[in-house]
Design a protein around this ligand. Structure first.
Ligand SMILES: Nc1ncnc2c1ncn2[C@@H]1O[C@H](COP(=O)(O)OP(=O)(O)OP(=O)(O)O)[C@@H](O)[C@H]1O
Ligand SMILES: [Mg+2]
Length: 331
């Protein structure tokens, strides 16, 4: 299973928007896609679904059709995981819906993680619950790629989400806070990966296949929407210039390089601030690059829609290439 988590513990860098647009673009390019909303804040689900549908999925009773519903028997102590409902958007694109109730399992995930090193069976069941749910759903959906959205923290839900990720894409904004964020993110990712690699061989054979936990860094996406209007471009240029080495040192654990040719090979793509296209897209519940005149994308907006389409197409083709699912000449 190729599963890509979009991860940065800094909030608001554009993780959810990236997962949403990337998912639709992968589907447009002929891939079968499973998107997974692992953020209890569920912004990806809110972006993708209308309120009526969300109200039905998040009714007061049990939430059988959300990700929480799929793991609930395990965490509630009544059994193991069950098949997740896949919310269909097109034949090729489906979503495992997020749920605020996921935050209820964070403590359990936290307690069980170190017990994997003691070879405890429940610890493995709990730690790999998300991976097992995704893996089964990806097979059923015949997904070429699974895209995972997570919340902005280094907590136990995210650790389990990352154990389920074969790859990691890091969205970053060109500012001090984002660079500081990388300093926490990189070492934490490496620690999670190392701990899982130590724990994995201790899993009893009866538990079946275990996640690889590779979390291979694919690269970073420079998100420019976070640049504040009125702040001198110079300020962003300074942070942007530091990004290539900050990523190498913090995320890859490599030494800084003297001079890095531009564009940096570790940068997958730069995503512009598309300004009013985003609210239009939210309103129409479609990606910015699919907006039509009937959605309000008239006049100068049309050129922006085209530019946005080109940017996301390049982003997705590059991710596909880097994670090894490129279809090369067929596109
Ligand atoms: N390319 C863009 N152009 C314009 N606005 C954008 C762009 N990308 C993201 N935004 C806006 O920036 C805000 C933050 O984006 P988003 O919710 O995707 O970030 P996030 O990293 O998922 O946040 P959180 O850490 O809270 O999960 C949102 O209001 C979103 O609409
Ligand atoms: Mg988000």
């Amino acid at each position: 299973m190729i599963s890509v988590a979009f991860f940065n513990n800094k909030g608001g860098v554009g993780k959810t928007s990236l997962v949403y647009h990337t998912a639709w673009m992968f589907a447009e390019l002929g891939y079968r896609v499973l998107a997974v909303d692992l953020d209890p804040q569920s912004n990806l689900s809110i972006m993708a679904l209308d309120e009526e549908r969300l109200e039905a999925l998040w009714s007061d009773d049990a939430h059988p059709d959300t990700l929480f519903g799929a793991v609930e028997p395990l965490f509630g102590g009544t059994g193991d995981i069950r098949q997740a409902h896949i919310e269909p958007f097109s034949d090729a694109l489906g979503l495992i819906v997020g749920d605020l109730a996921l935050s209820r399992i964070e403590d359990d995930l936290s307690t069980e993680w170190p017990r994997c090193l003691e070879a405890k069976e429940r610890a493995f069941r709990v730690t790999t619950a998300f991976w097992r749910v995704m893996n089964e759903a990806a097979r059923r959906h015949r997904a070429d790629v699974v895209l995972i959205d997570v919340g902005p923290n280094l907590g136990a839900i995210n650790r389990a989400a990352l154990v389920a990720a074969s790859h990691v894409v890091v969205p970053v904004a060109p500012d001090l806070f984002s660079l500081q964020g990388l300093k926490n993110l990189g070492p934490t990712l490496r620690r999670w990966r190392e701990t899982w690699l130590q724990a994995k061989p201790k899993a009893s054979g009866s538990l079946g296949e275990q996640p690889g936990g590779a979390m291979t860094p694919v690269g970073y996406v420079l998100m420019q929407h976070a640049e504040r209007l009125g702040r001198p471009t110079k300020a962003y240029a300074k942070w942007q210039a530091r990004l290539p080495n900050a990523y190498r040192e913090s995320v890859l654990g490599e030494a800084a390089e003297e001079s890095i040719p531009t564009p940096d090979s570790r940068q997958i793509q730069r995503i512009k601030h598309y300004r009013s296209l985003m609210p239009m897209a939210m309103e129409s519940r479609k990606p910015m690059f699919a907006l039509r005149a009937s959605d309000g994308a008239i006049g100068a907006h049309q050129a922006n829609v085209q530019q946005c389409h080109d940017d996301f197409k390049s982003l997705v083709l590059e991710i596909a290439e880097r994670v090894g699912i490129s279809r090369g000449a067929t596109q």
